[in-house]
Design a binder for this molecule. Structure first.
Ligand code: URA
Length: 247
């Protein structure tokens, strides 16, 4: 693959811009002997998953498709066109947002949204079929939420959440897949659907109120403890298998 095509595929701009970066000596590639400047945009390289390279001194690795985890902080909207708060996409570096379009997906997209005030785990990818599989209600990917409530939790609320509550946009009662009281005001709730404000509406339906919401797990994959709010990292091949196995 030509070096300019490698950079283009990774979101560094048009082929012309990528060729410019290369010709200016701003691109280095590690073909096994450390980073070496390549100034020939047409140089043909044997590209492989994880190939290390640097652009303007920033180290990257090649990924045919991008799969990343983001620890969403509060105060960001999961939208490219936010209405009141900054977009959580601004927490990602521009190349991830600008990767060229693949099967109708331009740049990485979040698999399911979190509210502005919700924190926690988001998976983002430019793999259209994976977004479709993980978002489809038919695949029942469990998502675990740590819910902080205004009022004390009791067994009646838990039983009602497990039995199903009526939400105005659903013909059938909506059930929690699992539900356990961790502390007086802390509920761990697992859902397999992703309706608008679902956790908040379910808690309201049982007479309580959500005052804090954090997504700690998607499928069998937990939000890594060392990923601080606002940080992102690549999903490893092993983690991707875990995510895909759940779909
Ligand atoms: N349920 C909600 O109410 N909000 C979220 O952000 C996610 C699930």
């Amino acid at each position: 693959m030509q070096l300019q095509d490698i950079l283009y595929s990774q979101g560094f701009g048009t082929r012309r811009i990528c060729a410019g970066l290369i010709q200016l000596g701003l691109v280095q590639v590690d073909l096994g002997e450390g980073l070496v400047t390549c100034d020939d945009a047409l140089q043909d390289l044997d590209v492989f998953e994880g190939l290390p390279y640097a652009v303007q001194g920033v180290l990257w690795s090649f990924h045919a498709k991008a799969y990343v985890l983001l620890h969403k902080p509060a105060g960001f909207e999961c939208s490219h066109k936010p209405s009141a708060w900054p977009s959580m996409y601004t927490l990602l570096p521009p190349p991830l947002r600008n990767r060229p379009q693949k099967s109708a997906v331009q740049g990485v997209q979040a698999v399911g949204r979190l509210d502005q005030d919700t924190t926690g785990m988001l998976v983002l990818t430019d793999d259209g079929p994976l977004i479709h599989r993980m978002s489809s209600p038919r695949h029942h990917v469990p998502k675990v939420y740590e819910v902080t409530t205004a009022d004390p939790l009791d067994d009646t609320q838990v039983q009602r959440l497990l039995a199903g509550v009526v939400l105005d946009d659903s013909p059938k009662p909506v059930k929690a897949a699992a539900c356990s009281v961790v502390a007086e005001h802390h509920l761990q709730l697992t859902l397999t659907q992703g309706k608008y404000h679902q956790v908040k509406r379910m808690l309201a339906a049982v007479g309580n109120k959500v005052v804090g919401l954090h997504r700690s797990q998607i499928g069998v994959m937990q939000l890594p403890a060392d990923l601080a709010p606002g940080q992102w990292r690549w999903i490893s091949a092993e983690e991707l298998k875990l995510l895909a196995s759940n779909n």
